[in-house]
Ligand binder design. Structure first.
Ligand code: COA
Ligand code: ZN
Length: 311
């Protein structure tokens, strides 16, 4: 089924330092955040979302965004992104030299208001300002949150979401992440939206961003892959979640996703043992166990001695 993807490089985009740490109760010290990003930079990931330049009152866990962004050692070939909700955030991020501004709005009006304290029209005005600020300095990616459904309004059909994709495209934004913020998507819904967006905006560079809230994360990755999507957000250890969406939980786990894709013979560009070493450092940073599976079970290539035989 995935033979045609065998000679294509997939883009694995790590979001734990942003989507993951924004949700944590503990404030991970700035130096530890920098060390985590630096270790991730050495694993072959295509992109790392380093932090978000949001109101420190809204997201206290990432109040040190500028220090982190300025403190990391940039590895050649890795793109360094930051989430920004408004022009003020974009100015702060650009002053730290980010490669990509990840602007965010929700397909759902309720979630946009809960998360960003503004309506969707106001978010689009910010996008327009940000595109102007970024010109020549950074790329712009738009993350469309709750693209498959929202905890306040329920599931969405593509027809409810496509007008917002059109509005984003009309601003000249060529990169788009379809974000399943609270794990509402299923593989059929993923296929319907991905195909509809691809058909309408064939030039758009699409990323699939799934949360594993209801155990459908990796199934949704495969559904997106089958639509030809080759960029995937995921979070180390399966951290992640939106503090302004009830019931939100972790992203698809990066090391589990990379393990699956590599098992399928696909090229992720990622050094799995190096990624697993990063994942093993997480409980020490966040103070709890993480949902990742492969870090506990080991890769499926790991063999165990037969019981009763010396190791
Ligand atoms: N960076 C730093 N400070 C910011 C900021 C930014 N990007 N945007 C606004 N602020 C500050 C303002 O300067 C103001 O500070 P003051 O009270 O000291 O004067 C304060 O925040 C309130 O500004 P206002 O424009 O009224 O914002 P708000 O309170 O309506 O909040 C957002 C709007 C978008 C700034 C805020 O909701 C936010 O940052 N949300 C991010 C949510 C998020 O990241 N969710 C998870 C990822 S999807
Ligand atoms: Zn997310």
């Amino acid at each position: 089924m995935f033979e045609s993807l065998r000679n294509r490089r997939l883009y694995i985009q790590e979001v734990a330092p942003r989507d993951g740490l924004q949700m944590e109760a503990v404030f991970v010290p700035t130096e530890a955040k920098i060390a985590l990003v630096d270790a991730l930079s050495r694993t072959g990931l295509a992109k790392i979302e380093v932090t978000s330049f949001t109101s420190p009152r809204a997201i206290p866990a990432l109040a040190d965004a500028s220090e982190v962004m300025k403190g990391i050692a940039r590895a050649p070939g890795v793109e360094y992104a930051a989430l920004v909700p408004n022009a003020k955030g974009a100015e702060r991020a650009l002053s730290c030299g980010v490669d990509e501004l990840n602007v965010v709005m929700s397909a759902s009006d309720s979630h946009n208001r809960a998360n960003l304290r503004m309506d969707r029209e106001r978010s689009l005005e910010h996008f327009d300002d940000i595109v102007g600020l970024a010109r020549g300095a950074a790329a712009v990616n738009a993350s469309l949150s709750t693209a498959f459904g929202c905890p306040f309004e329920g599931l969405y059909e593509p027809a409810q979401v496509l007008p917002w994709v059109d509005r984003i495209a009309a601003l000249g934004i060529e990169r788009l992440s379809l974000c399943d913020t609270t794990g509402m998507a299923d593989p059929a819904r993923v296929r319907a939206l991905c195909m509809a967006v691809r058909e309408r905006h064939p030039g758009m560079v699409l990323t699939a961003h799934f949360h594993d809230t209801r155990g459908m994360g990796l199934a949704n990755v495969l559904a997106a892959l089958a639509c030809g999507i080759d960029r995937f957000d995921a979070a180390l250890g399966g951290l992640g979640g939106c503090p302004f969406a009830p019931g939100a939980s972790g992203n698809v786990c990066t090391e589990d996703m990379v393990h699956m894709l590599q098992q399928m013979g696909l090229d992720t560009g990622v050094d799995l043992p190096a990624l697993l070493a990063c994942a093993r450092s997480l409980p020490g940073l966040v103070g709890h166990d993480t949902p990742g599976q492969v870090v506990k079970a080991g890769p499926s290539s790991r063999l165990h001695p037969l019981p009763g035989h010396p190791a």
